[in-house]
Design a protein around this ligand. Structure first.
Ligand code: S3P
Length: 434
């Protein structure tokens, strides 16, 4: 489906963004591992997180949809049922990488996971390696791509140093670590910590320590059972980022985004914007905080001129999904905006270095790819044109925001990709245009 986004008049008003995708996935998976029913308020109703609900139901969890919440009646830690047919993860990389952490210790059972064409290009060796060293057996196409099968086994703890910070890989290992005496994951720099917070809230023994040269370490130990009670999912800061960028770029805009998650491990984009001189007010969580409750705040955004900035490797995991927007903002900033140390972008739903550079250049941007990022020279404007989503939700939404801020409008080819995280973006924007 193609959709046009015309140059916009001021965006004004208050909006509630969709629920957090990362936290919703975790609520469904950890809810399915729990022994007592888990109530989830504001679960994200979008394609990715619906794939997760379908997956946990296939494994034996019961999901009841009530008026204002879901109730998940889990299987307990060790009682997932092998469905006898592949589990379809759809387009959801987070589901594909987290679920095997649980499946790996379902002794004597095997589980095949598969997904769409984009999922079949995304590597799983980064989880297969550590899970194999814990004792599970993983068979994957060409040793590293879906479809792949997880053969459950008794697991032993490992001390694993992640080559690249990845919350998905970290989370997978920590879930598997719940049946070991001690499993430690060390990251070079911190990544989103929703799994750790939710496991702590569920009563699992979790310890964190930080500091060089040891890196950022998280240790989990044996949990007899998990109990979560109620989870209230905040608004997704990564979805909010598209409206925030629109508010910053479109003249005379003033937007308030309500109840957005402001966990410091997700707030990198807001800090980048602050450096660029954007006017974005929010009560952010202090860096380093570890609180089982996810913090929320309203975010107040106004249009203002912006300056270029540089994003280095330490900041990348804290803003990984928002880096395409940093490229767009760079087009309007004064100077050269540089993103480095972000090679991970190449293994997202699309190769987001290639698709962002090609896509924005096609709209008139002065942008060059680096092996691990990009450089954008600000010209203070963007012509517009056509951009292909390549089936990647963040590219579709990037094109939409680019259209609002452009001179001639943007036609997004493949706008339906946005359905995995922010299905009602176009309607939300229409309601804000003065
Ligand atoms: C996610 C982690 C990130 C992110 C993805 C969601 C998660 O991936 O890009 O959209 O929910 O854990 P990596 O941790 O692999 O970088």
């Amino acid at each position: 489906m193609n959709m046009r986004f015309e140059p916009s008049g001021a965006l004004r008003g208050t909006v509630t963004v969709p629920a957090d995708k990362s936290i919703s996935h975790r609520a469904a998976i950890i809810g399915a591992m729990a022994s007592e029913p888990v109530r989830v308020r504001n679960y994200l109703d979008a394609a990715d997180t619906n794939s997760t609900l379908a997956a946990v139901q296939k494994l034996g969890a019961i999901v009841e949809r009530r008026d204002h919440e879901l109730v998940i009646r889990g299987c307990g830690l060790r009682n997932a049922i092998a469905p006898g047919e592949p589990i379809d993860v759809g387009n959801a990389g987070t589901l594909m990488r987290l679920l095997p952490g649980w499946l790996a210790f379902q002794q004597g059972s095997s589980f095949e996971l598969d997904g769409d064409d984009s999922i079949r290009r995304r590597p799983v060796d980064r989880i297969a390696g550590p899970l194999s060293s814990m004792g599970a057996r993983i068979e994957a196409r060409e040793g590293r791509f879906p479809p792949f099968t997880v053969h459950g086994a008794p697991l032993t703890g490992i001390d694993y140093v992640l080559p690249v910070a990845s919350a998905q890989v970290k989370s997978c290992i920590l879930l598997a670590g719940l049946v070991t005496n001690a499993t430690t994951v060390t990251e070079p720099v911190p990544s989103r910590d929703h799994t750790e917070r939710m496991l702590a809230a569920a009563g699992a023994p979790i310890e964190r320590s930080q500091g060089q040269p040891s890196g950022f370490r998280t240790t989990v130990g044996n949990a007899d059972e998990l109990e979560l009670g109620l989870i209230d999912v905040p608004g997704d800061p990564s979805s909010a980022a598209f409206l925030i960028a629109a508010g910053v770029l479109v003249k005379d805009s003033r937007l308030v985004l309500e109840r957005v998650g402001v966990n410091w491990t997700r707030a990198g984009f807001l800090r980048i914007l602050e450096r660029m001189g954007a006017i974005v007010l929010a009560d952010l969580e202090p860096p380093g905080t570890f609180d089982p409750r996810e913090p929320v705040a309203d975010i107040d955004v106004r249009h203002a001129p912006i300056e270029a900035t540089t994003v280095e490797a330490e900041e990348v995991p804290l803003a990984i999904d928002e880096l395409p927007l940093v490229a767009l903002l760079g087009c309007f900033a004064d100077g050269d905006t540089v993103v480095r140390g972000a090679g991970e972008l190449r293994v997202k739903e699309s190769d987001r270095i290639a698709t962002v550079v090609e896509g924005l250049r096609g709209l008139g941007a002065d942008i060059e790819a680096l092996p691990d990022g990009f450089v954008v020279t600000g010209t203070g404007r963007l012509r517009g044109g056509r951009i292909d989503s390549h089936g990647d939700h963040r590219l579709a939404l990037l094109g939409a925001v680019a259209g609002l801020a452009s001179e001639e409008g943007v036609e997004v080819v493949g706008m339906e990709a946005a359905a995995v995280s922010y299905p009602r973006f176009a309607q939300d924007v229409a309601g804000l245009i003065v």
